[in-house]
Design a protein around this ligand. Structure first.
Ligand code: UD1
Length: 423
């Protein structure tokens, strides 16, 4: 296992290129199951989760050409020869997003078996709404030996209202409905840009979809889809993380290849906290304007403040020079584990239920810390960048799941981060 050793206290300055979005690439890769043939995806980040999805598609019988993934961000997926309908436990347990195979396998073959995703460090994360959606499209769902089994019985379109906004749930049901005869309407659908990216590719494949990006998505089922070419949207969470990196180190960065429109809620909060952000032809420029102020944050589905940026903002607000910050996490029930590690670095954070009260301290001091999930790891790296002396972040495999070349990108703008093997 690797760890990162961070020499903190260095101001970051320079340009960072943002990679393709992990959370858009994963559903898009799964959607290649829908249309037999060769799909080309561009701007794909070379990440552990992407490789796990490649492995899953290969297990199903697809041919995945990843020879240009690292050099050019291109993945070619030929889904013509998929034979298996089963997403095995061994892969699903390493990546919950494997559940995204359920909708497209069911849509194309009329049956699918996907290992039931287990618990997760940040909360229970049930998939009941994915299953309810498929049932409402005429699937018979059962659970056998730890596997969700979906079988087509009486396929029909329907009006489906999600009880809670679910991103991958919306994506799964959208993929299933694309090949279900009749007009399906999804209400209280997720409006995340990643859902829109998926819908755009599905439309290119021949699907009839209206309203993606709003809470009402309409689909008219078609008989079949054909493969195409698609460029994955930029990663808004990676971009948000580097916005915080500039702010927390008192530095100045230019982020290239990012979509500022996807970051409005994050930019608004950073402005409120005293961070300068300006959009230009060249990209998104971010700098620390003056004193950092505490701000209140409440995570909500898009276009609200993303839960995937909560941990990074907590690291920043730990160093607010005035005011206190109330952070309320409404999406996942157990997503404050980074707070305990930040406390070990000297942060003043009081937690009660889904709320954390953060009072800024003058400095954070380097420590050995351990991350429990992807974004928690990012927040500890950010705290390490701003802290005095050395911070060691262990269990870097969490970071590698979702941040492409993080230490390389940060070192190129002045950070001093070294990767080492854990003893
Ligand atoms: C996706 C993102 C993840 C992000 C999350 C919330 C991907 C691959 N992952 O995860 O990075 O943190 O959205 O923005 O895109 N829920 C149910 N029943 C369900 C499904 C969800 O109760 O069937 C609940 C969850 O427990 C959670 C909330 O709905 O409280 C939102 O979860 P959801 O949007 O489904 O998260 P994911 O799609 O798993």
């Amino acid at each position: 296992m690797d760890k990162l050793i961070i020499q903190g206290g260095r101001r970051l300055e320079g340009t960072i290129e943002i990679s393709g979005a992990k959370n858009a690439a994963l559903p898009l890769m799964a959607s290649t199951i829908l249309a037999p043939g060769k799909h080309v995806l561009e701007n794909v980040a070379n990440l552990k989760d992407i490789l796990t999805m490649c492995e899953l598609l290969e297990k199903l019988g697809a041919r995945v050409d990843r020879s240009r993934l690292e050099s050019d961000g291109i993945l070619e997926i030929d889904s013509a020869d998929i034979q298996s309908r089963r997403a095995p436990y061994e892969l699903v347990k390493t990546m919950r997003a494997s559940i995204l195979a359920l909708g497209p396998l069911y849509a194309r073959f009329g049956c699918a078996e996907v290992s039931f995703p287990g618990g997760c460090a940040i909360g229970a994360r049930p998939v009941d709404l994915h299953l309810k959606g498929l049932e409402m499209l005429g699937a018979k769902i059962s659970v056998e030996h730890g596997y969700i089994v979906a079988e087509k019985q009486d396929a029909h379109a329907n009006e489906i209202t999600f009880d809670t906004v679910t991103v991958t749930g919306t994506e799964n049901v959208m993929m299933a409905a694309a090949l279900t005869p009749g007009k399906t309407v999804l209400l209280n659908a997720a409006q995340e840009p990643e859902v829109v990216d998926l819908a755009e590719y599905m439309i290119e494949m021949g699907a009839k979809i209206k309203g993606a990006g709003t809470e009402r998505i309409e689909l008219a089922g078609v008989e079949s889809l054909k493969p195409g070419v698609h460029r994955i949207m930029p990663d808004r969470i990676e971009a948000g993380t580097y916005l915080v990196a500039a702010a927390i180190t008192g530095g100045e960065l230019l982020l290239k290849n990012c979509n500022a429109g996807h970051l409005e809620s994050v930019i608004a909060k950073l402005h409120e906290a005293g961070v300068g952000i300006e959009k230009s032809e060249a990209g998104l420029r971010v700098w620390r304007k003056g004193k950092l102020r505490g701000v209140d944050i409440r995570t909500t589905p898009y276009p609200g403040f993303p839960t995937d940026m909560q941990a990074q903002m907590m690291a920043l607000l730990s160093l607010a020079e005035s005011g206190v910050s109330m952070i309320t996490e409404t999406i996942f029930e157990n997503r404050f584990q980074h707070a305990l590690e930040l406390q070990r670095m000297g942060a003043n954070i009081k937690m009660e239920g889904n709320r954390a009260l953060v009072t800024g301290v003058k400095k954070l001091s380097g420590a050995k810390v351990m991350a429990t999930d992807l974004r928690a790891s990012a927040s500890l790296v950010l705290a390490g960048l701003a802290s005095q002396n050395t911070t060691e972040v262990s269990r870097v495999y969490h970071l590698d799941r979702g941040y492409e070349k993080m230490e390389e990108k940060l070192n190129a703008v002045g950070a001093k981060i070294q990767r080492a093997k854990e003893a």
